[in-house]
Design a protein. Structure first.
Length: 253
């Protein structure tokens, strides 16, 4: 099977590419470097020639909700339309567990718009909603690090390894399309606490300070809105096991 991965050089997308290659699939990574711009659609239809399934692992984080929403909705629509022209059979899109429980968070509103655009398209679609990744606390530290301090919000989460998410995306790509699936890791944690543990394990010199986000959105993030539900698939490794792995060591900090 020929699988095209949008966002194939990102955290999850790169693991999805590895998993697809390990499973014997032919992999096409959609990047601007290869002449493909998913946002504008430039080169997209040609790149999808002969592709059976698209895995959408694109990501963009912006403090402006309008920017994130435009990006996710536009790229989802472009993948659907170009894929339909190229004869693609199926789209698998990565999303987030529990977003409806934090409706005012702009990034989650943008991801919901992505899901809607994907499901409105002409191609059959499968949605994989995952919890925050084990890599997420380090990503937050990278964005929030100011001098000797990194501020990380208190978020109650059930994180999962990005490598595990990539493998499940490829599994769903090989199955019959349709439906929304959920994936989480085995344990519940506070993201701020995980950031402190990551910093200690890596011997980082700056101090991690937990931040209580204000208002209703902050309370929802702390209350467990993003945790697994009864129907969520649970898959490891645990954060502790991941922290000692080569995947943790490869994060640039």
């Amino acid at each position: 099977m020929r699988i095209a991965i949008a966002g194939g050089t990102g955290v999850v997308g790169s693991y999805a590419a590895d998993a697809a290659e390990d499973a014997g699939h032919d992999v096409v990574v959609l990047t601007r470097h290869s002449g493909v711009d998913v946002m504008t659609g430039e080169g997209l239809t040609a790149a999808l020639d002969g592709v059976d399934v698209i895995v959408d692992a694109l990501n963009l984080f912006s403090l402006k909700g309008s920017v994130s929403k435009a990006f996710f909705a536009t790229t989802a629509r472009n993948l659907q339309e170009a894929g339909n022209r190229a004869g693609v059979r199926h789209v698998v899109t990565l999303s987030i567990v529990g977003m409806e429980g934090v409706p005012r968070y702009p990034y989650y509103a943008a991801k919901l718009a992505q899901e809607a655009a994907t499901q409105r398209g002409p191609l059959p679609a499968t949605i994989l909603r995952a919890t925050q990744f084990h890599e997420f606390p380090a990503q937050v530290m990278q964005l929030s690090h100011r001098g000797p301090v990194a501020f990380v919000p208190h978020i109650r989460s059930q994180p999962v390894a990005a490598r595990t998410v990539g493998a499940h995306l490829v599994r769903l790509a090989a199955e019959q399309p349709g439906g929304t699936h959920e994936l989480a890791g085995p344990d519940v944690h506070d993201i701020a606490d995980l950031a402190k543990r990551f910093a200690k394990a890596r011997g980082l010199s700056f101090r991690v300070v937990g931040l209580r986000l204000p208002g209703k959105t902050g309370r929802q993030l702390r209350s467990g809105a993003l945790l697994a539900t009864e129907g969520t698939t649970i898959d490891g490794p645990s954060f502790d096991a991941w922290l000692g792995s080569e995947d943790a060591k490869r994060i640039p900090l």
